[in-house]
Ligand binder design. Structure first.
Ligand code: GLC
Length: 737
């Protein structure tokens, strides 16, 4: 029976002009035409080995994809059942969270964003895809594109920061790295943009919490990176857990059908998040799983991740005319299209192959880590010169924490591949300087031991102290939110005690989120920050500390003074009473001060108006001079760009890279626009004394937004242009549209 049907399908396809030219859509339509309703609904069902009897379910034609099956032998066994023991033999997808590496771990996505280097991000994703495919994975649940302004939210670690342009560029680079260059012919593994949409704005920074984002804000901020990756050909997309203004994303017909499908014309496959269909009952949006299945299906969620409401309820609703068969056909069409794009029908099985080279992977992971390191402070402390110092003390809970330095979302990370800072320092500089090692704290939450003072005295005998502090990996990631973003345990105290010894202290912070750094910053002569930098944290940090390379990372997210300032971000609106930073602060208020409602502005009495560090901030060991900055035009028509040209010179003594940033402000518009928006950036590497002409573009899309009437438009008026090394960049000119 099955062979007859396969021949029938082949005939239908072959009858077309020529097999090679048959479009994927023709193949999808031909296959849909002969599928039963059960087989169609089976494709919409995704199961997990820890919960379901995969072999039985696959054999009964009730499974279109699985997740978290790791191992080609196991996956081939399941695939063989799907291909050879079901009527139509439709191959399976196997998804996995390959978020920032598979066996070899790259910096967490927030760290990769700090590199402002899409090429190294693409390379990392390509290596992750190679390693994951080698072990039976053909679909990853990445890139995560949630825009977040909240360091309390554990998943900010997984995000690409607060700026929609940067997140979109980095997300598109990951998509190309995972999938290869041709989305119609995926040579790697299918990517999955998540979580659609607005999840990063969870109220209070509490995971899974409600968001209340009006449509204009969704379109002008949260949807932008998703549009960028949709245009880049991302194969799939995952709906988010949050409800927005009471409507769970997994049942949000407006956003999925009207915007994603209708407006954008995106034809990829949509998967729910883990049980997010059934969770619409807990949301109070559905009374039971029948209603949950109904609302998710008609909203356009193609695949149900593990909650099985589709397989249990859709058939009857179609037979009763409640769910039109067209809804099922659209979803199954999206699923089959992805499987054709992946070439699964031609090559459903994993062939035995050489394991990808871990050496090449680790080399790339080290480069990615190096480019993600941000220098936050340096008062004549860095870089160390191994020929001028005799001894270094190494301390802190992250000096030798191979599992913590690789951060969150590393289900398959090979911790044995980690090289820790103490290992790298011993390996690379153990023959040049004396190394005194004592972590004092064994993990980030530990309080100071009773003998700390004595042990610190021993460390202080060194010429310089390297203090590796930060967060255990488990303190960020999904559902791991904190109401305080200060360093945990005795870390701040340890920093203070180290400083009080009088020995120079260099703090190196590895964390999954922005940290309230002020207390430790005050006790550091220099500070490097790395968002959990991955397997090669040790060599990357060591090379930076000892000046083999120059730190070039920039903050992809604002660092608040403390959690009280959250949300605080650079691309904010002006408000009617923008602070000018001259307001009276808490300790300057005279006793018995008279009350007044005059001259009030938007700021905090205690922490003022500024964050600790702004978006785009990062220092260097060398220095750069910006000169001869000019705009190509001061008057433009709506379809024109403005080119910003400048000369950048390395005026220091070390080779290094500068991330030149260009921001604009649309001064007046039918809906208030942010005081700054990143319009373009360039990462430029220069030798000492070298200078180069840098060109950046302010494109029509940078000037466009959803206006008062929700139309995507550019409005006449004046734009300010800011160019510099971070989002506090100076005004360099204006142009008029
Ligand atoms: C999780 C996450 C999602 C992940 C999925 C599968 O709950 O929200 O990002 O891809 O489940 O692990």
């Amino acid at each position: 029976m099955k062979r007859i049907l396969i021949i029938a399908v082949a005939f239908l396809i072959a009858a077309a002009p020529s097999f090679a030219q048959v479009s994927i859509d023709r193949k999808v339509d031909s296959l849909l035409a002969i599928m039963t309703l059960d087989e169609k609904i089976g494709q919409m069902n995704q199961l997990h080995p820890d919960i379901h009897d995969l072999e039985t379910e696959i054999r009964s034609g009730k499974v279109g994809s699985v997740l978290s099956v790791v191992g080609t032998e196991w996956m081939n066994r399941l695939q063989k059942i799907a291909v050879e023991e079901t009527r139509l033999g439709i191959p399976l997808l196997n998804g996995r969270d390959v978020i920032h590496g598979f066996r070899t771990i790259f910096p967490i996505p927030l760290g990769q964003a700090a590199s402002f280097n899409p090429e190294i991000v693409r390379e990392g994703a390509a290596i992750a895809a190679e390693e994951a495919y080698h072990e039976g994975i053909n679909w990853t649940f990445a890139p995560m594109l949630d825009i977040s302004h909240d360091a309390r939210w554990g998943r900010i670690a997984e995000s690409l920061g607060e700026d929609p342009l940067l997140a979109g560029i980095m997300g598109a680079a990951m998509v190309e790295g995972f999938q290869g260059a041709d989305p119609e012919n995926i040579s790697g593994i299918a990517a999955c943009a998540k979580h659609f949409v607005g999840y990063g704005a969870a109220e209070g920074g509490r995971d899974y919490n409600s968001t209340n984002i009006p449509e204009r804000r969704l379109r002008n901020l949260h949807l932008r990176p998703f549009k960028a990756v949709a245009d880049a050909g991302v194969a799939s997309l995952m709906t988010a857990f949050n409800d927005n203004d009471g409507i769970p994303m997994t049942g949000n017909t407006r956003l999925i059908r009207d915007i994603l499908r209708q407006e954008w014309g995106w034809d990829g496959m949509i998967v729910s998040d883990w049980e997010s269909i059934r969770e619409m009952i807990a949301h109070g949006f559905c009374q039971n799983e029948v209603e949950a299945a109904y609302k998710a299906a008609v909203a356009g969620v193609d695949v149900e991740m593990v909650s099985e409401t589709y397989i249990r309820n859709l058939k009857k609703m179609v037979e009763d005319g409640i769910v039109p068969i067209s809804v099922i056909d659209q979803s199954v069409g999206n699923i089959l299209r992805l499987k054709f794009r992946l070439g699964l029908f031609d090559n459903p099985y994993w062939q035995p192959a050489e394991a990808p080279s871990s050496e090449k992977a680790l080399k790339t992971a080290q480069k990615a880590a190096e480019e993600s390191i941000i220098l936050l402070k340096n008062t004549n402390a860095l870089p160390l010169n191994a020929y001028e110092i005799r001894s270094v003390a190494v301390t802190g809970p992250l000096a030798d924490a191979p599992a913590d330095q690789i951060g969150t979302w590393v289900f398959d990370g090979d911790v044995t591949r980690s090289v820790t800072p103490i290992e790298a320092i011993r390996e690379m500089y153990g023959d040049k300087v004396e190394i005194i090692y004592d972590p004092i704290l064994n993990y980030s939450r530990e309080t100071l031991p009773s003998d700390a003072e004595k042990r610190i005295r021993r460390l202080s005998k060194a010429d310089v102290i390297l203090y590796f502090a930060g967060e255990e990996a488990i303190l960020s990631g999904e559902a791991h939110c904190l109401s305080s973003i200060s360093l945990q345990g005795g870390q701040e105290q340890l920093g203070k005690l180290l400083k009080e010894t009088g020995t120079k202290v260099i703090s190196i912070i590895m964390a999954g989120r922005p940290i309230a750094l002020k207390p430790i910053l005050e006790n550091s002569d220099a500070m490097l920050f790395a968002f959990h930098p991955g397997s090669m944290a040790g060599p990357a940090l060591t090379r930076t500390i000892f000046g083999e390379i120059c730190p070039s990372g920039k903050l992809p997210v604002t660092f608040p003074v403390d959690e009280g300032q959250i949300p605080i971000y650079y691309n904010h609106n002006s408000t009617g009473r923008p602070s000018d930073g001259k307001e009276i602060l808490l300790h300057d208020i005279p006793l018995n001060a008279s009350q007044t409602s005059l001259g009030n502005k938007s700021y905090y009495l205690d922490s003022g108006k500024d964050p600790l560090f702004p978006f785009g901030y990062g220092l260097s060991y060398t220095s750069f001079e910006y000169s001869d900055i000019r705009l190509s035009k001061t008057e433009i028509n709506p379809d024109e760009s403005v080119e910003v040209t400048l000369t950048l010179k390395n005026t220091g003594k070390m080779a290094g890279a500068e991330i030149v940033q260009c921001y604009i402000q649309d001064e007046f518009a039918s809906a208030a626009r942010p005081v700054r928006e990143l319009a373009d950036f360039k990462k430029i590497f220069l030798q000492p004394g070298e200078s180069i002409e840098v060109k950046m573009q302010i494109s029509p899309s940078a000037m466009s937004f959803y206006d008062i009437n929700m139309n995507y438009s550019m409005e006449k008026g004046r734009f300010k242009v800011f160019v510099g090394k971070d989002s506090d960049a100076p005004l360099v000119g204006t142009f008029r549209l």
